[in-house]
Write a protein that binds this ligand. Structure first.
Ligand SMILES: [Zn+2]
Length: 72
């Protein structure tokens, strides 16, 4: 069986050569990008629910109430 010299880091997804794995430290930026990539469907689902809620009768009332409070 063919074994690749490179393996992705489980935490940040960086492609690492075998010799690099032991000393690898995930960069914060890459770690956040990877986590956001993994959560992309959840984020999109949240936005869909959020806008759907604002479009409901209760959501429209909340928007109206928030605007009223800001004006006071
Ligand atoms: Zn990593």
């Amino acid at each position: 069986m063919f074994a690749s010299r490179y393996m992705p880091c489980r935490r940040c997804g960086a492609s690492l050569e075998r010799s690099e794995r032991a000393g690898h430290e995930c960069s914060l930026e890459r770690l956040l990008d990877y986590q956001m990539f993994q959560l992309r469907e959840e984020v999109a689902g949240f936005e869909h629910c959020f806008w759907g809620h604002l479009d409901s009768a209760y959501g429209r009332f909340e928007v109206w109430e928030a605007a009223r409070r800001v004006r006071e």
